[in-house]
Ligand binder design. Structure first.
Ligand code: GDP
Ligand code: IMO
Ligand code: MG
Length: 420
């Protein structure tokens, strides 16, 4: 068996949580491979709404196994809150969730370091989620991190060494180094983690594949936030592209099957950094209002703009996307016309490539198409789509050279149209 991978092709918040939930019945296992509680994955069904941050979005279907892979960074405080909330809502999490021994722990001092790094950057701050993501991955790469498997063996000493190192750094930066307010809660979170099945996830995943079990790997963030290929330095600190599923779960590259690439019918971004198709006018405000474009975790306003096909072609290439999933088409239901950016003029020269330099002056070149002016939120099949919307899909498929196999027309699980 091979694993299928589902990931965001833009700057995150494409609707990954919703689609993972919809696709979960096709799989035996759902596994997160990178990121941490910087993610906010929203699911809506039967009048209920959940936002998942560290826990995979496959926990609400039919008892599938869910795995938090080694590539994830986990905050015990936030994990406990999230897990207890799910348990209160009837999810038997301890039966279905397994956590990798090799996933790294976000410490209270990592949050302080995140804050201190941002403060040092001043005006050029990244606008991180403040969850300690960057400092935790930094410690992983610089070989100073604490892993979940460490909690069973001489943990107090390991924690104290790591914490003291952080306190020295924080003091050198002139930053707040006091974690006494949340340290107790964090240690409670560590004890709570011990109630879960802590596993050698790379062995478990590969054994499942050998046994013929199907696995869906759930990405967090989006490819334009990838630390190598995104709009660096305004990115997150992990590989959000498909290759991240290999390193974040221990799956060999030749075991990757379908790659589902998710995008919104328009584009959004939270935090700082370039966004060529960003709209600063009434249209942008309208998209934000209709699409409820406010961060699922931070509540921050999301910046909104037209769909960017230059960026999408780039991320489709990086991920080897085999199927596209278009989200939030309904948000554009009322527009007279819709626009798609097909190429850029960068520093005066036309190009179809995503530029290296974030300082470059990028002018998007748009194709404008008639809107469909139809409420699609109750549609059940693509035969109901108005001609203008069918033409829009045809245009996107021709430009992106990958079929759009799912169209989402609302936040609910049911508002999902499977094509072909
Ligand atoms: P994720 O991080 O990729 O899982 O996405 P988020 O949950 O952060 O953001 C997506 C938002 O759009 C959530 O509020 C979803 O409930 C909502 N959503 C998902 N699909 C659709 C859709 O097709 N139409 C509309 N109107 N909302 C959607
Ligand atoms: P999901 O999985 C949207 C953004 C932050 C910031 C940058 C770095 O819900 O799509 P970090 O805290 O990771 O160091 O912040 O990345 N960011 C996201 N934006 N969706 C996300 O996750 C994000 N996770 C991080 O806003 O610009
Ligand atoms: Mg989100």
């Amino acid at each position: 068996m091979k694993v299928d991978v589902l990931l965001g092709l833009q700057w995150g918040d494409e609707g990954k949580g919703k689609v993972v939930d919809v696709l979960t019945p096709r799989y035996n296992v759902v596994a997160r491979f990178q990121g941490g509680p910087n993610a906010g994955h929203t699911l809506e069904f039967e009048g209920k709404k959940f936002v998942l941050r560290s826990i995979p979005s496959g926990v609400f279907q039919h008892g599938q196994i869910n795995i938090i892979g080694n590539g994830v960074v986990l905050d015990p405080i936030l994990f406990k809150e999230e897990a207890e909330d799910l348990e209160k809502n009837g999810v038997e999490l301890k039966k279905i969730l397994k956590i990798s021994k090799k996933a790294h722990l976000i410490m209270p001092t990592h949050r302080l370091l995140d804050k201190a790094n941002e403060a040092l950057k001043g005006k050029s701050k990244i606008g991180t989620t403040g969850k300690g993501i960057g400092p935790t991955y930094t410690d992983k790469i610089s070989r100073n991190g604490l892993r979940i498997g460490d909690i069973f063996n001489n943990f107090d000493e390991k924690y104290s060494v790591a914490k003291n190192r952080h306190v020295t750094l924080l003091k050198a930066l002139g930053a707040d180094a006091d974690v006494s307010a949340i340290e107790g809660k964090w240690l409670e979170g560590i004890e709570y983690l011990k109630e879960f099945d802590i596993i050698d996830s790379e062995y478990v995943v590969n054994r499942y594949l050998k046994e013929g079990k199907s696995i869906l790997c759930e990405g967090a963030q989006g490819s334009l936030l990838d630390v190598d290929f995104g709009s660096y330095p305004f990115v997150t600190s992990s590989n959000t592209v498909c290759a991240g599923a290999c390193t974040g779960l221990g799956v060999a590259p030749r075991k990757i099957g379908e790659v589902f690439g998710i995008f919104k019918a328009y584009c959004t971004r939270v935090g700082s950094g370039p966004f060529p198709t960003e709209l600063f006018d009434e249209t942008g405000a309208q998209i934000r209002k209709i699409g409820h474009e406010y961060g699922a975790v931070t509540g921050r306003e999301r910046r909104c703009g037209w769909i960017d096909l230059v960026a999408l072609r780039y991320t489709i290439m990086l991920n080897g996307v085999t199927q596209l999933i278009m989200m939030k088409s309904d948000v554009l239901d009322g527009f007279d016309t819709v626009k798609a950016c097909n190429s850029y003029i960068v520093d005066g020269k036309a190009t179809s490539d995503f530029p290296f330099s974030i300082d470059a002056k990028i002018e998007p070149v748009y194709t404008e198409m008639p809107g469909w002016k139809t409420d699609m939120t109750k549609f059940k099949s693509e035969s109901e789509f108005p001609k203008e919307f069918k033409d829009y899909i045809k245009f996107l498929e021709a430009q992106l050279e990958v079929p759009i196999t799912i169209v989402s027309v609302g936040p609910d699980r049911e508002q999902t149209i499977l094509r072909k």
